[in-house]
Design a protein around this ligand. Structure first.
Ligand code: CMC
Length: 436
């Protein structure tokens, strides 16, 4: 009886037993449909509003063990990649499944660097945004607009075309992001410098003024590259789910990345790094930390310690550990961000407070990243854009995987209908009377 990869469910409504296969620790939700009270019953479904216990796909890209605080891309620990790899190498790894050879990396880097320019009309489109438009609003609109410049991107089952647009997206995201930034501060756009590294070129487009060539500080260039590695993928999070969901309708990759970017914008997701900085600025001084933590605990959930907690990690987010160390290296060049002391005190108090300990709330990737971004001179409303650039590689890897997965179809969840049963139309003059 035991040792079989099946589960037997007894329906106490009918007394019937059903034996369902178990595969990789899951049962197929559709198998539950066989469980019916009678012929006319639709069959059993699961109710899982935030996908808290539902695997929406099989994936070979990113592995997380939230209890142990483990994150791996294609089997490689994030700590090792952050120490030894580069963002473009990691992007290749996510997309192709293996680390590139020297020749493959050279070719990939070359292709990415020759696709960094934007169509001039896109610049005109960006000029239409108000001076105070949020950078994420500009980013997601502009990347969506790219789909109109590349109508052949609809050929999503043509591997050659798909690869071409994957490279274009990885190459153009930093350019769009930098143009968004320059627009928001009223500075002229700086065109890509294809001789520089991926992050060196990005910093040049962000910072260059009158000098003939922007001189990149190697510590800051590497720090940004490491931040890009850490943010490149994170399995089935909200924005990746958006990418897969929209992509499942066979939408082109530019529109799908725009949808994923919109999901990332939210303060519970990629917008949290901006919210952390706002919180630290509002706190202003270490002495205000205890009262703030008390407020969070007593506020029945509406006030949160931003940058803390995670749906999957019930331990220290391994990315936060790397970022905390990275912050020290960056601060040696830029000078210490005075908000660091407040962040460290928040972390110290929270990690020994029963409320946070009981709920397993630890610092996540967003808790320290904003401090580095601020030290690099970026405005807090630009932080999520800095998350979107590298995550594009992860979104595209997940999208490619979706397209080659025979199990996948258009994403279309079910619902539990709680509305009115069928009723007849009520003429307007009688409506007040019928309402209870
Ligand atoms: N501060 C205070 N309490 C919290 C926090 C927090 N940051 N996060 C969760 N809780 C409490 C929550 O009130 C709930 O308490 P109770 O059981 O008494 O109702 C309990 O912990 C479980 O929280 P949840 O909202 O059910 O957990 P979730 O898995 O749905 O939410 C989360 C995960 C990341 C949205 C949440 O922890 C949060 O809002 N954190 C702050 C925002 C943040 O830092 N987001 C970045 C996430 S990491 C990067 C990314 O994914 O983009």
């Amino acid at each position: 009886m035991f040792g079989k990869n099946t589960i037997t469910i007894t329906d106490n409504r009918t007394g019937k037993a059903y034996e369902l296969p178990v595969e990789s620790g899951t049962i197929r939700a559709l198998d539950l449909r066989k469980i019916k009270t009678d012929e006319n019953d639709f069959g059993l479904m699961t109710y899982d509003p935030a996908f808290t216990n539902t695997a929406s796909c099989k994936s070979a890209i990113t592995f997380i063990d939230g209890d142990k605080g483990i994150l791996e891309y294609r089997g490689y620990p994030i700590e090792e990649l952050a120490e030894k790899s580069t963002f473009l190498e990691v992007a290749w790894l996510l997309l192709k499944g293996e680390l590139p050879t020297a020749a493959e990396l050279k070719e990939f880097t070359h292709h990415v660097s020759i696709h960094t320019y934007l169509h001039e009309n896109l610049k005109k489109l960006m000029e239409g945004f108000r001076h105070d438009a949020h950078p994420m609003g500009m980013l997601l609109s502009t990347v969506g607009a790219l789909s109109t410049f590349y109508p052949d991107a609809k050929q999503i089952f043509d591997a050659k075309s798909r690869n071409h647009h994957v490279i274009r997206l990885i190459a153009k995201m930093p350019t769009i992001a930098a143009f968004v930034y320059r627009h928001s501060i009223g500075f002229p756009y700086v065109y890509p410098d294809n001789e520089l590294s991926y992050t060196g070129n990005f910093l040049s487009m962000m910072k260059k003024m009158a000098e003939p060539r922007y001189v990149v500080n190697p510590v800051l260039e590497r720090a940004l590259d490491v931040l890009f590695i850490l943010h490149a993928d994170h399995e089935q999070n909200c924005s990746t789910n958006a990418m897969r969901s929209v992509g499942s309708a066979h939408t082109d990759p530019y529109s799908s990345v725009a949808a994923a970017t919109a999901a990332l914008y939210g303060p519970l997701h990629g917008g949290a790094n901006e919210a952390v900085l706002r919180m630290l600025h509002e706190l202003g001084d270490i002495k205000n930390v205890p009262a703030f933590v008390k407020d969070v605990k007593e506020g029945s959930g509406e006030k949160r310690l931003m940058g803390f907690g995670h749906r999957v990690y019930k331990n220290y987010d391994p990315r936060a550990t790397v970022i905390k160390k990275l912050a020290e290296q960056v601060f040696e060049v830029t000078g210490k961000n005075p908000l660091l002391a407040i962040a460290l005190e928040l972390e110290r108090i929270a990690l020994q407070d029963d409320y946070f300990v009981k709920r397993k709330l630890y610092p996540n990737v967003d808790f320290y990243s904003g401090l580095i971004y601020e030290a690099l001179g970026f405005h807090s409303d630009f932080f999520t854009v800095l998350f979107a650039i590298p995550r594009t590689a992860g979104w595209l890897a997940q999208w490619q995987e979706l397209l080659s997965d025979a199990d996948q179809k258009i994403a279309r969840p079910r619902q539990v209908f709680t509305g009115s049963p069928r009723r007849s139309y009520v003429p307007i003059e009688k409506r007040e009377l019928t309402r209870s």
